[in-house]
Design a protein around this ligand. Structure first.
Ligand code: BJW
Length: 268
């Protein structure tokens, strides 16, 4: 295993030979865009209790409180733009014969960066779901005009995200496991790798023969199991590891129209 070294990394060579490439991302990939992570010193769970805000019980108990928190996060995310890590992953997709991005993030920044083949394992903060009808609709209102928001049918709407104790969307989960089982390279970026079932995907990939690489600010439970683990900021490390030239302005020297996008988030 390599640690803290981009030099000597086999990743670039492995990607050149790979047919199927899978990337799994977590909150750390959006940290450099200004979106708070969950765990760690500056994480959301330092200030807020997951049990009060990110469980179905919490929503049943106090939908107003839960929605106030989501409304605050939506306002914050709406001001954020994709960073170099999002852009590097979008470019990797374009260069790979077959590619799938599995993200635990709900912020929509990967799509804004130009990623297309995305599975959102934990839903999307810009979608709402009627708790009676189950109907999912896009909602880009920032801030929300009334809290808690309601469906046309009168029932409460909830954020279309996956809370603790809830099953992940069946189709997303099935695609994620199938991708992990059949890929040649599995790249894991910016996740503490503790939340199941997403955390088991890299292990499955490794057992099935994939080359597993972690890029994260700090070591995680995945670190000793990965073929390579690189510790630092994803926005710095990813372009180097993927051998994407970065210009002096911090933008990719290889640019295309999608990387020049400056449309505001929400861009779902
Ligand atoms: C950087 C960086 C930079 C910073 N560059 N890196 C005991 C054992 C096993 C499992 C369980 C258990 N007890 C309970 C469970 C199950 C539970 C679970 O896993 N809990 C663990 C915490 C113990 N899982 C669930 O409940 C899941 N559902 C489930 O299991 O269902 C079973 C079921 C089946 C059938 C019927 C019914 C049920 C659901 C999990 C849902 C998670 N939801 C959240 C909220 C989403 C909505 C929202 O955003 O509001 O998802 S919680 C939160 O954690 C969010 C994230 O997607 C998820 C993962 O976090 P992530 O992305 O890894 O972020 P962080 O903050 O943890 O880490 C960031 C990392 O980035 C850090 O390491 C930093 O160092 C790094 N970093 N800056 C690179 N610049």
């Amino acid at each position: 295993m390599l640690t803290d070294r981009s030099e000597g990394s086999e990743l670039h060579q492995r990607l050149e030979q790979a047919r199927r490439v899978v990337v799994l991302t977590g909150a750390g990939v959006s940290a450099e865009s200004g979106v708070p992570t969950f765990r760690g010193a500056d994480g959301l769970w330092q200030e807020y209790r997951a049990e009060d805000l990110a469980t179905p019980e919490a929503f049943r108990r106090n939908p107003e409180l839960v929605w106030e928190w989501y409304d605050w996060r939506r306002q914050l995310i709406a001001k954020c733009q994709p960073n170099m890590a999002h852009h590097a992953i979008a470019l990797l997709e374009r260069q790979s014969p077959e590619f799938l991005l599995l993200t635990q993030n709900v912020d929509g920044l990967h799509r804004l960066a130009g990623s297309v083949q995305i599975v959102e394992l934990h839903g999307n903060i810009w979608c709402v779901r009627c708790i009676e009808e189950g109907k999912i609709t896009e909602n880009l209102d920032v801030p929300l005009p009334s809290i808690p928001p309601r469906c046309e049918c009168g029932a409460l709407l909830r954020p279309d995200v996956v809370w603790f104790g809830e099953a992940l969307p069946a189709d997303a989960l099935q695609m994620a496991f199938a991708a992990a089982e059949s890929c040649d390279v599995f790249l894991v970026v910016g996740t503490s790798a503790v939340v199941q079932p997403a955390a088991s995907l890299p292990m499955i990939a490794r057992q099935r023969g994939a080359y597993v690489v972690e890029v994260n600010l700090e070591p995680t439970p995945l670190t000793p199991l990965a073929h390579e683990a690189h510790h630092g900021k994803a926005g710095d490390l990813l372009p180097r590891l993927l051998d994407f030239p970065v210009g002096t302005s911090g933008n990719f020297a290889i640019r295309n129209s999608q990387f020049e996008m400056s449309s505001p988030n929400p861009g779902v």
